[in-house]
Write a protein that binds this ligand. Structure first.
Ligand code: 0RQ
Length: 501
């Protein structure tokens, strides 16, 4: 295994996961690698969780602040949450145990735009970073690091932390070497310069992380797979959503508002987003490109078929079958596929410049086009805003998708007023459900409401939404965005009380 560690000094710092975890202490801020189940450390966090359990059993406190790129996996988020060892988590999670801790009030969580995290760390907004625990797929002779299957915030953690613990994972494909584009041109205001990227597949950085080897306190060898995300097969609902969206994009091409090969696409996490990609793969468009955050199964299939000519992301988020296919053929993707730091993959400047088509899932939307992507019934976190806000606000076209109902029809995903706002009406241009698509561009709030009810709401909830809207138009104190404030959240209250909206 140590053939992956070519630097003599770092090889001398090889130790066990338990020994490495002993270098992390109660109250530390720890920056971990990991993004959507790819590239997270696999053994040090488990050893750390064991230390936390032992400390708690002895009546001693042991909690850390844990910062990552995005979501990780059971052996990181899950293990530390079960050990109740995280005081503050940021910026994104999707682990059931972690979610439970947050929603039960045992763990604080800051849900952040993913493009903001690195710069906030540089600005000092989160305090000092004590330790970086970063998975890499190799160490070069001169000490530079070959990144693994996600880049996320690793560059920032490696630069900012006082101490570095490396996990060198032999499971990661050696062909990852050369696939990354690590940009070192970011500076702090007022010294920032334009980021010189004008095409999605363009390289502007270098393939490796630079580090100060003196900061490396431990190197741990591992041989463990990434999480591997299971996607459900596209069903009737997701296929209908995909069909509406593709018809809309065709219409936009015909109208001359999009070129025939579209503009670079961004696609969010989740089953619906993945199904839309499957729809695009079978659809009429060719020669597409992606400037996105995660490369999920649907996008890999598009690369395989040639529908997608290139993809730029910050991480993989693949099922085991898709991962096996990618790993078997990774070298052949050189030049068509690259992974960047998340501050670049999600950078507002680049998203605006390239003119992306952003397609993200949501939990609910309201009559006026405000979107909730993160909170169930206003107060329980699901995952987090992730990159959806980075993309939605700055894209050429921002699309949000959801089935029109959830929980077997007991919840309407179109509600009078969203119970939490992630994307305001100003950032949402298109809403799609299996019922249809509402193109909100250029419409006033009242026109939007009528269209969203007609096109997107489920027929079971349409009459009640129309009734609310009509009464709001008669009884609201102002008629720009008519609401009956005493009633606007009554749908959510009814669900909490009776189990049905
Ligand atoms: O829960 O599985 O317990 O039944 O939410 O819903 O319909 O499977 O949709 O997998 O596409 O996820 C918004 C969560 C959608 C995702 C969200 C319940 C539903 C189910 C999942 P169950 P679906 P998806 C870049 C982009 C934010 C981050 C983002 C997300 C579960 O898209 O996390 O976009 N987005 N990042 O039952 C109560 C409702 C509900 C509801 C759905 N109205 N009320 N529960 N559910 N609607 C990538 C990154 O940033 C990393």
């Amino acid at each position: 295994m140590s053939s992956r560690i070519l630097n003599r000094a770092l090889r001398d710092r090889l130790m066990s996961a338990d020994e490495a975890a002993a270098l992390i202490h109660d109250g530390d801020h720890v920056g971990m690698s990991g993004f959507t189940g790819a590239g997270h450390p696999k053994t040090v966090p488990l050893a750390l969780a064991r230390r936390m359990d032992a400390a708690h059993a002895a009546g001693q406190p042991f909690k850390i602040g844990m910062w990552t790129g995005a979501s990780t996996a059971p052996e990181l988020d899950g293990a530390l949450a079960r050990a109740n060892g995280v005081d503050l988590r940021l910026p994104y999670q999707s682990d059931p145990a972690c979610r439970d801790r947050i929603n039960h009030g045992d763990m604080d969580y800051i849900d952040l735009h993913l493009s903001h995290v690195a710069q906030y760390a540089w600005f000092g907004f989160f305090g000092k970073l004590d330790t970086a625990v970063v998975e890499v797929s190799g160490v070069l002779e001169d000490g530079r690091l070959v990144p693994s299957s996600s880049v996320g915030n690793n560059k920032t953690w490696l630069d900012q932390a006082d101490k570095i613990i490396l996990e060198v994972n032999a499971w990661q494909n050696p062909a990852l070497d050369g696939l990354h584009d690590i940009y070192y041109g970011t500076a702090l205001p007022p010294h920032r310069q334009p980021i010189p990227l004008t095409r999605p597949e363009q390289r502007i950085g270098e393939p490796y992380f630079r580090i100060d080897p003196a900061k490396v306190v431990a190197v741990v060898e591992t041989d463990h797979p990434d999480r591997q995300t299971a996607f459900s097969a596209p069903d009737e609902t997701s296929l209908a959503i995909a069909a509406h969206l593709i018809e809309f994009l065709q219409h936009e091409v015909k109208a001359g508002r999009l070129p025939p090969e579209l503009l670079p696409i961004q696609s969010g996490v989740g089953n619906i987003a993945n199904a839309v990609l499957a729809g695009l793969n079978n659809g009429p468009f060719q020669g597409l490109s992606a400037f996105t955050e995660v490369l999920q199964d649907g996008m890999l299939e598009m690369l395989e078929s040639g529908t997608l000519k290139s993809a730029s992301a910050t991480a993989f988020s693949l099922s085991s079958e898709a991962l096996a296919r990618l790993n078997a053929d990774l070298a052949s993707y050189r030049g068509r596929l690259l992974l960047r730091p998340q501050e670049i993959s999600n950078h507002p400047e680049l998203i605006r410049r390239l003119g992306l088509i952003a397609m993200n899932g949501m939990i609910e939307a309201d009559l006026y086009g405000n979107v909730n992507s993160t909170h169930v019934m206003g107060s329980s976190i699901m995952n987090g805003i992730g990159g959806s806000g980075d993309f939605a606000r700055n894209a050429y076209l921002s699309v949000f998708m959801t089935p029109s109902t959830a929980k077997g029809g007991r919840i309407s995903c179109i509600v009078p007023m969203v119970s939490h706002v992630d994307h305001t009406e100003h950032d949402v241009q298109v809403i799609v459900t299996e019922q249809g698509l509402a193109d909100l561009r250029g419409l006033s709030p009242k026109k939007r409401a009528a269209l969203i009810i007609e096109r997107c709401a489920h027929p079971d909830y349409r009459p009640a939404l129309s009734d609310y809207y009509q009464r709001a138009c008669r009884g609201a104190p102002g008629l720009h965005t008519p609401h009956l404030l005493g009633e606007a959240l009554s749908w959510h209250q009814r669900y909490l009380a009776d189990g049905r909206m």
